[in-house]
Every structure is written in C-alpha cells, then in structure tokens.
Design a protein around this ligand. Sequence first.
Ligand SMILES: CC(C)(COP(=O)(O)OP(=O)(O)OC[C@H]1O[C@@H](n2cnc3c(N)ncnc32)[C@H](O)[C@@H]1OP(=O)(O)O)[C@@H](O)C(=O)NCCC(=O)NCCS
Length: 166
Amino acid sequence: MSRTWNHSDIHSLKRDEALEILAQIARSEKKTFPTNEAFAFGEELWKKKPNTRVLYTTRVAAGVSSRRDLVAYAVYVRQKGVALLHKVCVIEAYRRQGVGRDLMLYIQQRLRKEGCQQIHLWVDEAREPARSLYRRCGFEERETIPDYYAPGRTGIKMVLDLEHDP
Ligand SMILES: CC(C)(COP(=O)(O)OP(=O)(O)OC[C@H]1O[C@@H](n2cnc3c(N)ncnc32)[C@H](O)[C@@H]1OP(=O)(O)O)[C@@H](O)C(=O)NCCC(=O)NCCS
C-alpha cells in the first residue's frame, strides 16, 4: 500500500533544510497557540538538545516526499523510560484526514524501538479534538489540574503505556 504521509525528524536533515522546516513550524505555532503555550522552535533544537526530538510530516506525492510542504509536527523529550510529548499539531488545511493519527502511530513505534515504556502529555480540557485523538490512540486521563494553562483553563495529564500495547 502506498503511503500518503512521510514522518521524519529534523535531526537527520542538513542544517539548511532543518532550519527551513523549523521556520515553517514556528510560523504555524504562532498561528495555532497562545503565546504562553507556543514552543520556541529555534535553531538550537536542531543539534544541541539530545533528549529533544522534533518530528515533521510532509505529503508524499507521486511516490516522492516534498520537504517544502509541511503538514504536521510534534516534539517530545525523552527522560529514561518516559517521553513527554510536548506538542502535536497538524496544519489547519490538512486536519481530519488521518494525519494526526498516523503521526501518533509513528511516534509510538519510534519510542517503543528506543526502549521507552510510557508517553506522558498534558492537554487543555477544552481541546476536544486533541483529547479525542489521544484517547483513540490509547492514552488514559490520569490527573486534572485546574488553572494549569491559565485561570479557568484546566490541564489534563494523559498517559500511554507502550509496553502493554500489542
Ligand atoms: C488535534 C489534531 C492534532 C488532530 O489532527 P487530525 O489530523 O485532524 O486528526 P485525525 O484526522 O488523524 O483524526 C484522528 C482522531 O482525532 C479526533 N479528532 C480529530 N479532529 C477532531 C475534531 N475536530 N473533533 C473531534 N475529534 C477530532 C477523532 O477521534 C479522530 O478519529 P475519527 O476520525 O475516527 O473520529 C489537530 O486538530 C490539531 O493540530 N489541532 C490544533 C493543535 C492542538 O490542539 N494540538 C494538541 C495540543 S499540543
């Protein structure tokens, strides 16, 4: 079966290519999230932070992946057996086409191969599409903290046990 989306990480790119992807991600981040939740996608992410991984998704057209057309991105930080998934975002025009789910499956496969046992994340209670995506991927809601993001905005901690997956 032919693939529609190609997932990779910016750390395997040459510097110029990585910086171009980071610039596209930074633009999307600014549009999508309030300033206090926007992740800083600076140049230092490319090489200098060994536990931090920035993943990006492009569309595969006619069997060739076009690096210029960013479709989605994600960031996780590994600490021993636990990965904290800081960010998952699909560019608005590509939502509801299965990209988010495909990217989550890729992240799970990758982390399992890296020997990771759990993925943790925090999500805003009001972000129903994201909560639904995570639940669909097997994450369980474990903790709720009122005013986590800002006054009146509750944060929910979700956890996926990788070792219990088929
Ligand atoms: C959350 C997000 C990543 C989902 O990506 P997506 O590519 O649209 O999701 P998919 O098409 O793969 O859908 C997978 C599942 O997610 C859930 N979902 C996605 N969009 C949804 C929506 N608008 N409403 C309700 N559930 C939704 C559903 O469970 C869906 O499964 P289904 O198609 O069987 O119903 C995307 O909406 C997004 O980037 N939102 C803005 C950023 C964000 O909130 N990120 C998370 C916090 S960092």
